[in-house]
Design a protein around this ligand. Sequence first.
Ligand SMILES: [Zn+2]
Length: 277
Amino acid sequence: MKMCLVPTAGKTGKTKDGKTYAAEIYYSPGIWSPHGACHLKHATAGGGSGSKTDEVLFHELVHALRRSSGKRARVEISGGLVEYTSNEELYAILVSSIYCTDPSNKTGSGLRGGHGGFESLESELAGSFEFFRASTTVYSLVETFCNDNPGFTGALAKVKSTFNPLASYYSDKKKARENSQSSTAVVRDAKGWGKAIWEAVNPFSSRKRMTRWLLLLFALPVALAPLARAEQFVLFDVTFTYTKADADNSTPSKSHYYVKEPVLNTARPRNWTTPVD
Ligand SMILES: [Zn+2]
């Protein structure tokens, strides 16, 4: 199924980060159904919050709204919000969580805690005001969203969902801002930044980065091979018969066959601890 969202009144131009206004969503409900490929691959591993077929579509519709309203301005986010990866994903997940916990929605799966998978939101953040403790930056991000799309967010604030940070923002901005400056938010930011820095330098923090390191590791000997020239030589190549008498009489030890010059290559290196050339 292909769904197109175009701006009203023939609006043309670009979003804040240069994307076109119009949005297209390619959506296949089946792959997110309980036995669908995407559901089995992604949702079952993470807990499944926000992964139902209608919730996945709803999430994409939020992205489409940001784009068709010309407000999309994707920037990466970190600190206590590192799991959300970007401001646009934070908005899509936040609004989808309001949808999930609307009492009229009888099939809502639960609160999603990030964009990497479908893990649940940590319990300490699973409240309309508590969510602002996620990071010291969350208040200003929500504020930007509300300033960008006041009609949409204002309407959402009236929804009686059990989780509705937009309602909290509009009803008590001071309390929401204070929560985003709480010690919980500061500690989460420190942990999130630490995780981001570690992942940036740790070669094994992701499969992609590990693959890059391994490729480099295997490419190095090939690249350095011309610098390490060495001549090959034959130390000895001998065919011999061996009798009981040979075994009885060999010296210094019996039952040994001693390879000696000239059978042993006289042009062999004399010092085995240093390179041949
Ligand atoms: Zn998204």
